[in-house]
Design a protein around this ligand. Structure first.
Ligand SMILES: [Zn+2]
Length: 148
């Protein structure tokens, strides 16, 4: 799937989000820059498992996406499920915005992450499944590669 197709799905997801938030900007970054930003934010995330993240800037919230990573993570999925996957990762970031927590240390960051995941499971059970499926597929691949 290309960036333009992804953008349509992302904008629809933001438009249909029922909770009150200030509309975020959406931006795509090349993998190298995306990785650099993750480092700058000291996000404890594994690059290949993080397709997007949200950041508060002076001008408002920005959700950064990486086309490469989205495609890699959703590689074996049908077109419909790919769409669901992009909706799911977007909804997760929108919940972070809705919660409005600005974590200042690791403990707060973990809390913020757990809260968003809990809400996500509760509000979006169907989308929750697709994230779980992608996670399991990738763990399986990793396991295979480690065994060989
Ligand atoms: Zn999160």
């Amino acid at each position: 799937m290309n960036k333009e197709e992804m953008l349509l799905i992302i904008h629809d997801t933001i438009l249909n989000f029922r909770r009150k938030i200030k509309e975020p900007y959406v931006t795509f970054l090349e993998k190298k820059r995306f990785s650099h930003y993750l480092d700058l934010m000291e996000l404890e995330k594994h690059l290949n498992k993080t397709p997007c993240f949200v950041s508060e800037t002076k001008g408002g919230a920005v959700i950064y996406y990486c086309e490469d990573i989205i495609n890699k993570l959703s590689k074996d999925l049908s077109k419909e499920k790919k769409k669901e996957f992009i909706e799911a990762v977007t909804l997760h970031e929108l919940l972070h915005l809705w919660n409005g927590i600005r974590a200042k240390n690791d403990e707060q960051a973990i809390f913020s992450e757990e809260l968003a995941q809990e809400e996500f499971k509760k509000f979006y059970p169907k989308h929750s499944q697709i994230l779980e499926e992608v996670k399991q597929r990738n763990n399986k691949k990793l396991y295979k590669s480690l065994r060989n």
